[in-house]
Design a binder for this molecule. Structure first.
Ligand code: HEM
Length: 179
């Protein structure tokens, strides 16, 4: 997992819960990196899992709630870092249906070792999109946060349903409608 995912996560934890919480979750986790991340480095996903599990235990918020908020925050990072990539799109359904075949392909050119999910489009129209998310990281709520903010970026609203295909969340179905 890329360092930018860790540095932005810890920035958000500091902003929402304070520096004390950042120190606490780093101490509670067993981190080969010792909690020192650079945005261009690459670290084990197991470190992110521990940080988020400890944050969940300390705050009482679920992992899905935390990943949703983090996904919404991460969209700001994308808007600031990759404005050109977003400018290729005029519509949220077009953009979301292109993650697999365009957006994440570009991401992989920048970061060859990125750990990215797979999205498979099942249905698509002007008004709706059905796709399957697949990833061993089960970060579907991070994806939901990014999707919410994708609609906001185009000044549109949406109704997005998540249905688990595998109980552990490694495969889920997103049903997305413009509202
Ligand atoms: C992961 C970039 C759009 C879903 C990532 C990562 C980067 C990235 C850098 C981390 C890779 C790693 O840590 O190794 C981008 C950029 C985008 C974009 C630049 C737009 C220009 C989206 C959108 C979605 C999405 C719109 C909507 C669902 C995800 C998910 C992950 C991820 C769910 C977590 C990894 C996983 O689940 O396996 N993306 N992304 N991305 N991205 Fe994107």
């Amino acid at each position: 997992m890329k360092g930018i995912v860790f540095t932005e996560f810890l920035d958000l934890v500091e902003e929402k819960f304070g520096l004390g919480m950042v120190d606490q979750i780093i101490e509670q986790s067993e981190l080969p990196s010792n909690g020192v991340y650079t945005s261009i480095g690459t670290y084990s996903f197991a470190e992110m899992l521990q940080l988020i599990q400890n944050l969940s235990a300390n705050t009482g918020l679920s992992i899905d709630q935390l990943l949703l908020a983090y996904g919404e925050h991460f969209f700001n990072v994308i808007e600031n870092s990759y404005p050109g990539l977003l400018a290729t799109y005029k519509d949220p359904i077009e953009m979301l249906s292109s993650i697999e075949n365009h957006i994440h392909i570009e991401v992989r050119k920048i970061y060859p070792d990125a750990e990215l999910p797979t999205f498979e489009v099942l249905e698509k129209s002007d008004q709706h999109l059905v796709m399957i998310y697949m990833s061993s990281r089960a970060m579907h709520h991070f994806g939901l946060g990014l999707m919410n903010r994708t609609f906001a970026h185009f000044e549109m609203t949406s109704n997005i349903q998540i249905e688990k295909i595998k109980e552990d969340g490694t495969e889920v179905k997103f049903t997305i409608h413009k509202t």
